[in-house]
Design a protein around this ligand. Structure first.
Ligand code: TXA
Ligand code: MG
Length: 330
């Protein structure tokens, strides 16, 4: 792959590949000054802005091309700061945070005064997450030292498109919309590869709003509570639960026999049909999640018309992968 720093096609932004302490401090300063910083997390790359700065947050929406009433997740460096953003935190949410943060889990809680309408989309709840990625945590720590309270960050892709799991992919998605002071931090590929599990903690029982690597079984084991079914609620807006999302340009077709020339993605124990372009052969569910979005990007890079995906079976991460695939196919 080209070294992005030398890539003339991406003139108006900075890739920073070696995240030294100086670079992280510079990025934290950029956030504090109201600029955007795309940064790696273990799930997908995020497009960050100071979560208390309405003008900076407004730029997230314009760079993403996202409708303005969709709420954003606030990223913090430690669960100690949860009380800044959330009020009335139930005991089971504290247990989840203690066990699973830093990690691929977003808790939706009653909001504090700090969480303004431009973060929550006008809802009375706020989504908060502590990501498990060293560059992300260092950035959030530095930002806090500068007096920052939290970093709002949606996935760093255009609205409805495939999430970015590498700095290069962020550049492809967003560079045309970036200003000269905006930054992309390169922390290598996102380990998990699908977005965080979102858990609504505003009722007596936890309710999963978006499937991810933190599974219903894990939540049940930690909280001792029954986990409510995933359902689409008309009163809560989760853009990741729109029917069409995460979609590449290529048509995504599920569990079908591919025609020659199609892209093909399946677990490694599925044989490659004749004449297809095998995009990846993940050996496990974790690897499937890890390669999913890059496989879609690869298909688009190759100009393929369609990608056939053989869906993994089972619960947990398999269900999260199928959730993304179903929406990508819509
Ligand atoms: O893994 C992730 O969660 C990544 C990384 C960057 O942290 N972020 C991410 O953000 O996927 P985004 O904006 O692409 O998706 C977040 C989802 C949206 O569908 C949004 O509607 C939902 O979280 N959300 C945020 N705050 C919420 C709230 N208060 N109530 C319900 N849903 C909320
Ligand atoms: Mg997203």
């Amino acid at each position: 792959m080209n070294n992005p720093q030398n890539d003339e096609r991406i003139p108006s932004m900075s890739f920073i590949s070696t995240c030294t302490a100086d670079v992280i401090a510079q990025a934290a300063r950029a956030l504090k000054d109201g600029h955007l910083v795309a940064f790696p997390t273990e799930t997908v790359y995020g497009l960050g802005a100071d979560a208390t700065n309405s003008a900076a947050v407004a730029r997230i929406y314009s760079v993403k091309g996202r409708p303005a009433d969709h709420p954003l997740i606030v990223h913090i460096s430690s669960m100690k700061d949860l009380g800044e953003w959330a009020a009335d935190i139930p005991e089971y949410a504290i247990k989840l945070a203690r066990e699973l943060w830093p990690g691929p889990m977003t808790l939706v809680l009653e909001r504090s005064e700090l969480a303004k309408d431009f973060i929550t989309g006008g809802q009375d709840t706020v989504g908060v997450r502590v990501p498990n990625q060293p560059v992300a945590l260092a950035l959030l720590e530095e930002f806090k030292k500068l007096g920052g309270a939290g970093v709002a960050a949606p996935s760093a892709n255009r609205f409805g498109a495939v999430s970015a799991t590498t700095a290069m992919a962020v550049g492809e998605e967003l560079s045309n919309y970036f200003g000269e002071h905006d930054l992309i931090l390169d922390g290598g590929p996102s380990q998990v590869g699908v977005e965080s599990t979102i858990i609504d903690c505003t009722n007596d029982l936890p309710r999963i709003l978006r499937l991810g690597a933190v599974t219903s079984d894990m939540i049940q084991e930690i909280t001792g509570l029954k986990v409510m079914e995933l359902e689409t609620s008309p009163t809560i807006r989760v853009s990741g639960s729109l029917e069409s999302h995460y979609a590449p340009r290529a048509k995504v077709i599920l569990d079908a026999i591919p025609k020659a020339g199609s892209g093909f993605l399946a677990l490694s124990n599925v044989k490659t049909p004749n004449g297809v372009i095998r995009l990846a052969s993940p050996g496990s569910l974790a690897e499937f999640a890890h390669v999913l979005y890059e496989s879609f990007r690869q298909a688009d890079g190759l100009g393929l018309d369609e990608v056939v995906v053989i869906q993994p079976v089972g619960n947990g991460l398999a269900a999260a992968i199928r959730d993304r695939l179903t929406r990508a196919a819509n």
